[in-house]
Design a protein around this ligand. Structure first.
Ligand code: FAD
Ligand code: EPU
Length: 333
């Protein structure tokens, strides 16, 4: 594995922030893992679509390119597939759909790599990774051992896992195993999907139709990182108690909220931010997207620190107006 010095991270993050890494390597073979060590800070990078670089990284960036898609078990009902962490997420989703394996279609077009998907238990359009996740293998950098993680071991939650919490920075995910259905039940409970299928004239949707509908919705709502730098939702949707949500609803009847299974209530952060007047606001090259207030954008040459400062102002104003604390979803480096 080659180690380069002073490498620009501009091509490696979807926010299109210019910073550099002191050391940089491409990890394309499992045999290269053994040379990694903890004497300098390590940062594992997939597609860089959930990161905000606020300064040069004074350590070793490892760009994960471990590839491979391998069926490890198949019967009449389901298939177990092991996928390399460096495979591009959307390419894997398309591969699964071409093979008639159901379960990932609602997660179409999410940027990034397969190996990062468990880190925040990616989710969209009524589905989360946890629903098709079977297991993963990860390299423990300090002990140089490969550890197996079951679904329970990963402690998945809304945009959370053990790898974002207690085990942060300790492991490199090498591959993820998925359990996909050969007799798929499609999930079109998320209203916008049914509307899009109607527009497409689809009466009996198959997994490919659901994927196409999700792609069309995403393309109409979210900025394309190839055109304008961003990392998707910058904040998580906050959860509050039912009592608190009810009080807010009296003061703000337009409040957008959803019931969680544990009895708490999730609020649409995009709505809260828009109500504070941030939608479409631009500060230099940093801004709040004009169509989706939950997405912060880089119009050109914004520094990570400017985007972070804007996010702090947004957090403060949502706190002041609604008494609700917004947590960032994006990893600040
Ligand atoms: P990176 O940004 O490279 O890394 C993210 C984190 O994971 C970092 O902490 C990194 O160190 C760690 N990491 C990465 N790979 C590994 C590995 N192999 N082992 C250990 N740690 C690792 N997310 C959603 O959940 N739902 C969405 O609908 C969604 N939509 C998006 C839309 C847009 C336009 C964009 C830009 C982003 C969106 N995201 C969404 C966020 C992002 O796509 C996901 O979080 C994705 O999983 C990040 O993958 P990545 O490979 O780019 O990760
Ligand atoms: N809304 C506003 N104003 C805005 C944005 C949204 O009022 O500026 C309202 C919408 O009208 C809607 C509600 O908020 O009623 C929810 O909006 P949307 O359906 O766009 O979803 P979201 O909550 O903003 C979440 C995820 C996305 C995921 C979509 C679709 C989080 C943090 N974000 O966004 O994930 O793609 O749902 O399922 O949970 C990501 O994590 O990066 C991401 C893009």
């Amino acid at each position: 594995m080659m180690i380069q010095e002073g490498v620009s991270l501009l091509p490696y993050n979807t926010f299109k922030i210019e910073t550099s890494a002191r050391y940089f390597s491409i990890l394309s073979s499992v045999s290269d893992l053994s040379i990694l060590h903890t004497r300098v800070p390590l940062l594992v990078l997939g597609g860089g679509s959930n990161m905000l670089f606020t300064k040069d990284f004074d350590g070793w960036v490892i760009k994960n390119e471990l590839k491979g898609i391998e069926v490890i078990l198949e019967n009449a009902d389901y298939v177990l597939v092991r996928v390399g962490a460096g495979v591009v997420w959307h390419e894997w989703v398309l591969h699964s759909i071409e093979n008639g394996w159901g379960g990932l279609e609602n997660l179409s077009l999410i940027p990034g790599s397969v190996g990062a998907a468990p880190i925040q238990n990616i989710g969209a359009y009524g589905v989360e990774l946890v629903q098709t996740f079977h297991a993963l293998e990860a390299y423990h950098i300090a002990s140089k051992e490969v550890h197996h993680f079951s679904k329970d071991d990963c402690k998945f939650g809304y945009r959370e896992s053990v790898f974002k919490g207690a085990l942060r920075g300790q492991y490199i995910i090498m591959n993820v195993q998925f359990k996909l259905s050969k007799k798929p039940d499609i999930n079109i409970g998320y209203g916008a999907i049914q509307q899009e299928l109607d527009k497409m004239g689809v009466v009996e949707p198959k997994i490919k139709d659901v994927s196409d509908a999700v792609i069309r919705i995403r393309q109409s709502k979210l900025p394309d990182p190839n055109q304008i730098g961003n990392a998707g939702s910058f904040f998580k949707n906050p959860s509050v108690s039912t009592e608190f949500a009810n009080k807010l609803k009296v003061a703000y009847p337009g409040l957008v909220s959803y019931s969680n299974i544990d009895g708490s209530v999730k609020l649409a952060a995009g709505w809260l931010i828009e109500q504070c007047g941030w939608k479409g606001v631009r500060r230099g090259d940093a801004g709040c997207h004009e169509k989706q207030a939950l997405v912060l954008v880089n119009f050109g040459k914004a520094r990570g620190a400017e985007i972070l400062a804007l996010s702090n102002e947004i957090i403060q104003s949502v706190q002041d107006k609604f008494g609700v604390h917004l947590e960032r979803e994006v990893n600040i480096i």
